[in-house]
Write a protein that binds this ligand. Structure first.
Ligand SMILES: C=CC1=C(C)c2cc3[nH]c(cc4nc(cc5[nH]c(cc1n2)c(C)c5CCC(=O)O)C(CCC(=O)O)=C4C)c(C)c3C=C
Ligand SMILES: [Fe+2]
Ligand SMILES: [Fe+2]
Length: 341
């Protein structure tokens, strides 16, 4: 009997922490028109002329800090575990493949495997809880470009986002609970940032995101695809599960690149403000990531942790990502089985 194909796709990571591989990764990633969304001439100049040459050696040093001798990049390591655990869970009726949007394993090679197995359908899950054109949108465009050239196109489905998935929220809450959030001075929900213009472009009404006061802080029918509003919603659901009162947490955005305005407030500014207010211990959730990666392990723990301590704080504790938690695999299984063709 024909199997059902499942394609899990995460962002991608360099093949090694060496500068040449980081350069190759950053060039592929940042030349994506959905990531650096400016005209092609300016994008090529910015990426190939400035960002890649200057950033690659610095990023390579950071990747070396988080690279494990045996398992390599945490992002790839946990993605491989998630793939294996989900495949085991789903059994013979399904064929599950893993791909990365950038670098390896490629989306092309994973789709080729599903094609060769004559799967009856393909369900694509971009592993980003909140929708952004630069992440989920880019994965789905790439899949459509490849599959669109096939002679026979199977039934295919995409999940726009899973920012409010109950089992995912519970997994983050369970991970946080073990640190006893009530013993921390303040809690941060730090999401990957996004240029503000990308929020505006995702607003199909053209007069809501960043135009109406508080527009991107509350999810509603008008802004249901807004990355910021979805992020706020995820954070509120985790905070509710843990009974964290509103005044005890802040939603913020990290990893800004370049000088254009990104979604605010910036995590670095919040960390500095909290240190100046005399807060000593921070607990940080990063619910834009389903696997620990450079942006969580290094940026939160080392970079923000260092900045916080330099300003008088004592400790920044990262809450682990979903990684290989059984409940997160339950969430993936539920997403797969809940999808009707
Ligand atoms: C959560 C989803 C992500 C969105 C949205 C996103 C947008 C985005 N990112 C950059 C620039 C960089 N991001 C980098 C690393 C990185 N980004 C995500 C996820 C999203 N990015 C992840 C999971 C990672 C970690 C990868 C890993 O190998 O661990 C990097 C590289 C690291 C560095 O040099 O600092 C850059 C650069 C932009 C410009 C952008 C939106 C427009
Ligand atoms: Fe990123
Ligand atoms: Fe918005």
């Amino acid at each position: 009997m024909a199997k059902k194909g499942i394609l899990l796709v995460n962002l991608g990571t360099p093949d090694s922490p060496e500068t040449k591989d980081v350069r190759k990764y950053l060039a592929e990633f940042l030349m994506d028109p959905r990531v650096i969304d400016v005209n092609p001439v300016l994008r090529t100049f910015l990426v190939k002329g400035i960002i890649v040459p200057f950033r690659s050696p610095k990023s390579a040093k950071l990747y070396k800090e988080i690279w494990d001798d045996k398992t390599g990049s945490p992002l790839l390591h946990y993605s491989i575990l998630q793939h294996k655990l989900l495949a085991d869970r789903l059994g013979d009726e399904y064929q599950v493949e893993l791909a990365m949007r950038y670098q390896s394993p490629s989306i092309e090679s994973a789709l080729d495997k599903l094609k060769a197995s004559l799967v009856e359908s393909i369900q694509v899950i971009a592993l980003f809880p909140q929708y952004a054109s630069a992440s989920t949108g880019s994965v789905y465009e790439k899949v459509m470009n490849i599959v669109g050239k096939w002679q026979t196109i199977p039934s295919i489905s995409f999940i726009n986002s899973f920012h409010d998935n109950e089992l995912m929220i519970e997994t983050f809450a369970d991970n946080g609970r073990q640190y006893q959030p009530e013993t921390y001075d303040h809690i941060l929900f730090s999401f990957h940032g996004l240029p503000q213009r990308q929020l505006i472009k995702c607003d199909h009404t053209d007069n809501f995101c960043l135009k109406v006061d508080g527009c991107c802080n509350t999810l509603n029918d008008t802004n249901k695809f807004c990355y910021s509003a979805q992020s706020h919603h995820t954070a509120k659901l985790i905070a509710e599960k843990l009974n964290i009162p509103k005044e005890k947490y802040t939603i913020c955005f990290q990893s800004r690149l370049g000088s254009d305005p990104w979604v605010q407030p910036y995590t670095s500014e919040i960390v500095a403000k909290l240190a100046k207010e005399g807060k000593k211990r921070l607990l940080v959730f990063c619910p834009a990531f389903v696997a620990d990666c450079l942006e969580t392990v290094y940026e939160v723990t080392e970079e923000y942790g260092g900045e916080f301590k330099a300003l008088g704080g004592e400790h920044v504790q990262l809450v682990e990502s979903l990684n290989d938690s059984p409940k997160w695999i339950d969430a993936l299984e539920e997403m797969v089985k809940g999808q009707k063709f």
